[in-house]
Design a protein around this ligand. Structure first.
Ligand code: FE
Ligand code: FE
Ligand code: ZN
Length: 277
């Protein structure tokens, strides 16, 4: 089954997101757990969650993906900034415990001038401080474009973080097509080889979600500027191969393209028309 959705605004709650997803012909969605620039989250409305869960079951919405605010930095130099990342992630995970089988995605972080090795250690340390035995959420590291001092551009860096975590069975990876292409992996001309590399370094069993984005920039640009599907350097042909690839087709796909809802709906229709089954 083709699981496809897009990033939605969480401002009106879970049920509203579920209804919006169905209205644009999606069967999953992504949302920010709180204001992407950080700050306090609204208290969880358990009535809304209950109504959403019922709606999701009736409408076959599954595998929704919560995205951490992108301003947290789990490997900052400053302990106060790392503490903020810890508190934010711990609070997000506590809230997600009300949404069974959630996926929680975060940007590993920027090591600033400490070097990737130190960054990797601090990210793993942060995870080990917020993950617990009772966790029912799968925590995903997102593949990054390698802008500035971002950790997680290479599969090796992601694997180094995974290896240092205390709950590897509750961890996975979210592959962002714009980011990996900007990061230097040629998923346009050598998709099979890139997936083989991912499998060799990390293991494909850890791949839990795809951020499906075209890119405004060429391969290896390290820019991270998302483009609408088929209007960027990835091209519709390569994106069609990605959504139909036997190793990827059963994963949930999330659009984070520069669109409002009608644009997302058009992309979802386009991509459905390109699915071979
Ligand atoms: Fe992201
Ligand atoms: Fe992404
Ligand atoms: Zn991005």
């Amino acid at each position: 089954m083709f699981r496809i959705g897009c990033h939605l605004s969480a401002s009106k709650g879970y049920l509203a997101m579920g209804e919006q997803a169905v209205a644009i012909e999606a069967n999953t969605f992504q949302y920010f757990t709180r204001n992407p620039r950080g700050g306090a989250a609204k208290e969880l409305d358990l009535k809304d969650v209950e109504k959403y869960l019922e709606f999701a079951a009736q409408n076959d919405i599954g595998s929704i993906l919560a995205h951490a605010p992108y301003t947290i930095n789990a490997c900052a130099v400053d302990e106060g900034i790392r503490e903020f990342a810890r508190n934010t992630m711990a609070d997000d995970l506590r809230r997600l415990s009300y949404l069974p089988d959630s996926l929680y995605n975060f940007h590993p972080g920027s090591h600033v001038k400490q070097g990737a090795q130190k960054g990797i250690e601090l990210i793993a340390q942060t995870l080990n401080q917020v993950m617990t035995d009772s966790l029912t959420t799968t925590v995903l590291l997102e593949t990054m474009a390698g802008k500035g001092t971002e950790v997680g551009r290479t599969f090796e860096e992601l694997q180094a973080i995974l290896e240092r975590t205390d709950y590897p069975e509750k961890m996975g990876v979210c592959l962002d097509t714009c980011h990996v292409y900007d990061g230097g992996y040629d998923i346009v001309n050598h998709l099979d080889e890139v997936l083989a590399e991912f499998d060799r370094v990390i293991g494909l069993y850890r791949l839990k979600a795809i951020h499906l984005n075209d890119s405004k920039n060429p391969m290896g640009s390290h820019k991270d500027r998302h483009e609408k599907i088929g209007e960027g350097s990835l091209t519709l042909e390569a994106i069609t191969r990605i959504i139909n690839h036997p190793l990827l087709k059963d994963l949930p796909f999330f659009l984070e393209t520069p669109n409002e809802l009608p644009g997302y709906q058009a992309e979802i229709r386009l991509l459905k028309s390109k699915r071979t089954e």
